[in-house]
Design a protein around this ligand. Sequence first.
Ligand code: NAD
Length: 258
Amino acid sequence: MNAAPLAEQVVVVTGAASGIGRELVLAMTEAGARVLAVDREGRGLEDTCSLAGGVAEPLVLDLLEDRAGERVVEGAVGAFRGIDVLVNCAGIFPSSPALEVATAEWDLVLGLNLRVPFLLSQATARHMVGVGKGGNIINVASAAGAIARPGVAHYCVSKAGLIMLTKVLAIEWAEHDIRVNAVAPGLVETPGVEDLLQTEEGRHEHEQKLAKIPMARTGKPQELAETVIFLASDAASFVTGHALFVDGGYSAGHTFRG
Ligand SMILES: NC(=O)c1ccc[n+]([C@@H]2O[C@H](COP(=O)([O-])OP(=O)(O)OC[C@H]3O[C@@H](n4cnc5c(N)ncnc54)[C@H](O)[C@@H]3O)[C@@H](O)[C@H]2O)c1
């Protein structure tokens, strides 16, 4: 196994101030990459970059702003002269029953979880095509993009869309040597998930989710990071248009436990 599978690679990670995104920055710098860490939370971003073992530069940016894709590319070109790998990780996962969900919440979830990854991928791929040496895009989807869950219609649809977007972009951009893949996490221990445990209802739902996971545990952000590093590395040089489920067997089928 190559100890530095991402040596010489410039990586952009969105949602880098917390959770899976933060772990991606730590693991990818460890794997030899130089990383532009993007998030709207400046303080968390600074913490991520100071925790990183290698080179990580922060870019504080609300990804819902106009021209966010272009600003990310400009940031990577300014800091590191280019961009080889984009990881679209920023996302939100509010719960609202379909009978009650407000239009604004629907638009926010679809906006951040689907439109933003498309616009960032488009701006990044335009840059990569201009440079002419290919690249990698990895979308952080969710098992909820394949397995329906009540109370999160907008979230499920956004992640199902992201998995399909991954496939479409993979086949459109294969001729430019740009691989596009997704990881689809199951339940992973992150601050975003811990927030959901603050209410009795949230804790009950969490127990129910755990009971459905064949491996009977949550995943660790490091386990996600290892998968993303694999997809970004030459070890996955013939893998494109794929969604890799990292979910302890959740999407394979249900257990009869619990
Ligand atoms: N944790 C899980 O169990 C789980 C499971 C499946 C999929 N996912 C996906 O993994 C990704 C990361 O999840 P997490 O649990 O680490 O979440 P998290 O809440 O810990 O981190 C999300 C990050 O995205 C950032 N962000 C939100 N809106 C932004 C905006 N407009 N501009 C810039 N940054 C913004 C937040 O500031 C935060 O740092 C999400 O896409 C999520 O859907 C997580």
